[in-house]
Design a protein around this ligand. Structure first.
Ligand SMILES: O=P(O)(O)OC[C@H]1O[C@@H](O)[C@@H](O)[C@@H](O)[C@@H]1O
Length: 393
C-alpha cells in the first residue's frame, strides 16, 4: 500500500460524490413539497409510496457534506427547504417527529421512534453547520429536552418509542444518538451535547460490548443483560466498526477509553467479519463462533472504510491504510456497472445481488464514508510515520 494509492482512492471517491452522485440524487425524485427521493428503480424513476423522516434527515446530512466538500449544486437551498419542511410538517404537538410522510409531505404514519429522532438531531446538526443557523441547534436542544423528559430510562439510555417491539432493547438507536450528539457538539460547541455523547459512550462500554470478545452485542433485556437466546450472541461487523469510528472521533473528550474500545471492536470485526473471497464485510456473526448471516449489505463496507480512515489518521499503520483501500474496492462492487450513481444493497453468498429498488438511505452511508476519506490528511499521516520511525530508531 502506498500513499499514491490512497490519493488515487481519494480522487475517485471525490469524483463519485461531487460529479456523479450529488447532482443526480439532488434531482431524481425530489418532490415539490421539499422531500428527497426515498427509493428509485434501476432506471432512476422514483417510488413515491412513502417517505421516512429519518431518510430525509440522512439526506440533509449527505447534501450538507457534499456542499462542504465543494459541490456547487442546489444543495444549500434544498437543505433549507427540507429542514423547514420537517420542522413544519413532521413535528407532532409533543415535540417528537413522526415516522413517515407522504409525497405531499402530509403525515402518513404519526408514530414516533427513537431511531428517527436520532437522525433528526443529526440532520439539525449538519444543516445548522452548513446554513450557519444556530437556531437549528436550539431546535436540537428542544428535541433533546423531550427525549430526556419522556423516554430516558432508569437502566440507562432511552426507550425506543412507538414503532419497534419494546420487549427487547437494542444498541442501534443509541449508536445513532451518539453520532448525533458528537456532531452537534462538534458544530455548535455546546457542552450539553458533548456530555450526552459521553454518557452514551459509557453505556456502550459498560453494557453493549461483550467483555470476553470485545464485540458489540445487539439485543438485550430491559436491564441491558444480553438476551439469553442466540440473539444475545449476534454481533454485526458493520456496527462494531461504526462504533469504533465514533469512538475514534470521541477521543478528544473521552480519552483512552475511546481508543481502547475502538481497538477491540476493530480487531473483532476484522478477524471475524470480513469474507476474503468476496472482499466484503458480512452482516452477522456469533460471538461463540460461526456466521449468522453471510449476506453483505452495502453499509458495512462504508463502516469498514470509516473505521480504517479514522484509525489510519491516528496510527499511520500499513494495516489501517490497506483496509481503507480494501474497503473502498469492496464498496465499488455495489455500484451498478453501467449507472454508477445507483447501487445495489444486498450481496449474496455467491457475490450476486438481490434485485430490489435502490434505497436512497444508503447515500448517507456512502457520503459519510467519503467525507471521512476526504478529510484524511495524508501529509499529516506521513509526518506521524516519520515521527514514529525516529522515536523507534
Ligand atoms: O437500511 P438502512 O436504513 O439504509 O440502514 C442501514 C443500517 O444503517 C446502520 O447505520 C445501522 O443503523 C443499521 O442498523 C442499519 O440497518
Amino acid at each position: 500500500m502506498t500513499v499514491a494509492e490512497l490519493k488515487q482512492v481519494q480522487t475517485q471517491a471525490r469524483d463519485w460524490l461531487i460529479n456523479i452522485a450529488a447532482p443526480f440524487w439532488s434531482d431524481a425524485g425530489r418532490t415539490p413539497s421539499g422531500l428527497y427521493a426515498e427509493r428509485l428503480d434501476r432506471q432512476g424513476q422514483p417510488n413515491t409510496e412513502y417517505y421516512r423522516t429519518f431518510v430525509q434527515a440522512r439526506q440533509i446530512f449527505s447534501f450538507s457534506a457534499a456542499c462542504k466538500k465543494g459541490w456547487s449544486g442546489a444543495g444549500a437551498e434544498q437543505v433549507q427547504q427540507t429542514v423547514d419542511c420537517l420542522l413544519e410538517k413532521a413535528r407532532r404537538g409533543d415535540g417528537l417527529f413522526v415516522h413517515r410522510l407522504a409525497y405531499d409531505a402530509s403525515v402518513l404514519d404519526a408514530r414516533a421512534d427513537l431511531y428517527d429522532q436520532a437522525f433528526i438531531l443529526f440532520g439539525l446538526g449538519a444543516a445548522g453547520d452548513l446554513l450557519c443557523a444556530p437556531r437549528l441547534f436550539d431546535e436540537a436542544e428542544r428535541l433533546l429536552d423531550v427525549l430526556e423528559d419522556r423516554w430516558s430510562d432508569a437502566a440507562g439510555g432511552f426507550n425506543e418509542g412507538e414503532v419497534v417491539d419494546r420487549s427487547i432493547r437494542r444498541q442501534n438507536p443509541h449508536m445513532h444518538l451518539l453520532e448525533a450528539f458528537s456532531t452537534l457538539y462538534k458544530v455548535s460547541g455546546r457542552q450539553r451535547f458533548g456530555d450526552a455523547a459521553v454518557s452514551i459512550a459509557e453505556l456502550c462500554r459498560t453494557r453493549f460490548i461483550d467483555p470476553d470478545t470485545g464485540a458489540l452485542l445487539e439485543y438485550f433485556e430491559q436491564d441491558w443483560r444480553p438476551l439469553a437466546d442466540v440473539r444475545g450472541q449476534i454481533a454485526e461487523p458493520g456496527h462494531c466498526l461504526e462504533w469504533a469510528w465514533l469512538f475514534e472521533g470521541l477521543a478528544s473528550i473521552w480519552g483512552d477509553e475511546a481508543l481502547m474500545s475502538s481497538d477491540r471492536l476493530t480487531a473483532f470485526a476484522r478477524t471475524r467479519g470480513i469474507d476474503a473471497t468476496r472482499g466484503v464485510a458480512i452482516n452477522e456473526v456469533l460471538t461463540r463462533g460461526g456466521v449468522h448471516d453471510d449476506k453483505a449489505r452495502l453499509w458495512p463496507q462504508t463502516e469498514r472504510m470509516k473505521a480504517a480512515v479514522s484509525r489510519y489518521a491516528r496510527t499511520g499503520s500499513d494495516d489501517d491504510g490497506r483496509e481503507i483501500i480494501n474497503a473502498y474496492r469492496g464498496l465499488e462492487k455495489y455500484f451498478l456497472p453501467d449507472r454508477p450513481e445507483l447501487w445495489m444493497d444486498k450481496m449474496l453468498r455467491d457475490g450476486t445481488f438481490l434485485d430490489e429498488l435502490v434505497p436512497a438511505s444508503s447515500f448517507y452511508h456512502i457520503s459519510c464514508g467519503i467525507n471521512e476519506l476526504l478529510d484524511l490528511d495524508l501529509a499529516g499521516v506521513q509526518q506521524l510515520q516519520i515521527g514514529c520511525k525516529t522515536a523507534a530508531g
